[in-house]
Design a protein around this ligand. Sequence first.
Ligand SMILES: Cc1cc2nc3c(=O)[nH]c(=O)nc-3n(C[C@H](O)[C@H](O)[C@H](O)COP(=O)(O)O)c2cc1C
Ligand SMILES: [Fe+2]
Ligand SMILES: [Fe+2]
Length: 392
Amino acid sequence: MVKLSDRIAYVGVNDTDKVLFEGLWPLPVGVSYNSYVVADEKTALIDTVESGFEEDFLENIHDAIGDRPLDYLVVNHMEPDHSSLISYMLQEYPGLQIVANAKTVPMLKGYHNVPDDRIMVVAEGDRVSLGNCSLRFYMTPMVHWPETMVTWLEEENTLFSGDAFGTFGTIDEDVADSEGTFEQYRDEMMRYYACIVGKYGVPVQTALKKLGGLEIKRICSTHGPVWEKGIASVIALYDKMSRYEVERGVCIVYASMYGNTAAAADALAMELEEQGVPYAIHDLAGNNAGELGISGALRDVFKYDTIVVGAPTYNNGIFPPAETFMKALQARLIKGRRFYAFGSYTWAGASVRLLNEMAASLNFELLGNGLSFPQAYTREKVDMKAVAELLK
Ligand SMILES: Cc1cc2nc3c(=O)[nH]c(=O)nc-3n(C[C@H](O)[C@H](O)[C@H](O)COP(=O)(O)O)c2cc1C
Ligand SMILES: [Fe+2]
Ligand SMILES: [Fe+2]
């Protein structure tokens, strides 16, 4: 438990055991599930945490409010990383009333069989008084699910923002950020955004506009540090990413079975290095432990304006990890990128043509026809220097 102010306490937990978030996204530096208690004449818990942390969670709440009962549990978001312990909390606190919006109600029933008389339904702009302060609710659909809302505590200028402004990475015992915290988390925040929220650029923009009038002095999101010093940077990053704004640079993404496409990818990286072009390189087949795979690739798609995909031909198609990546771009409605494809084949190349077709369907600008080469990669056969020139 960490006190953030007289009224607000952090009661969340760090998870250093989970390997893949949502069963997909590697967590090299863990993740936190944040939950908060607001204690006034009445007490409110904002969201819960993932299952498996029941004891720590309850102990944190006890540290914050002792034997006082919890009056309200505000459910901003129903994804199980935050809602898993709802049933448990209803049992532990028999007087606890859930505060949720209409879209949340069927989810509360479907996941936790919550009876109607334990749910208080709130709508846009509604207030719930805790005595000397009150909680106010703003709907932010699709940031990250349709039922998502945020909770505003005006008396503390504090926004309980749900997944918005969240990041991967566990947090230290201070919980609140200090100078430099934002820079420390920037990459993981971008990876979190790209993987989890990336599809919802338009809803994020809508939410930012809606919340623009609030004088926010503290952002309490559901993952990562509490933002007090870094608020402007965090909001600016979310704003930039949800507008799909990028810098000049190349994101090389490849997958390879026998190393030929990989060798071409490495050669391209070397050429870009020599020519001083900013770039990142990601191996989707994950041949090296610790690599971020598709999650790192998606992060850098939100960073650079040029996407280069390498994939061998596989059963007359695209080697599947690269095809999955292209579908992930489609799912995230990525737009305004330049594109180039390359890859090895043995008897009839198809991957480069098909990658180009997928890129064209996303309205990417194709920087040439791509480079489909037979069998082994050699410097003589495969001119990556010329490709690097194209990408400048
Ligand atoms: C399961 C499988 C399916 C393949 N299908 C094709 C194909 O349809 N057309 C083709 O030209 N090569 C095909 N190949 C050959 C690969 O494209 C070739 O081995 C290529 O050099 C592999 O590139 P890599 O070293 O980057 O993995 C296939 C290989 C495998 C293992
Ligand atoms: Fe979520
Ligand atoms: Fe979450």
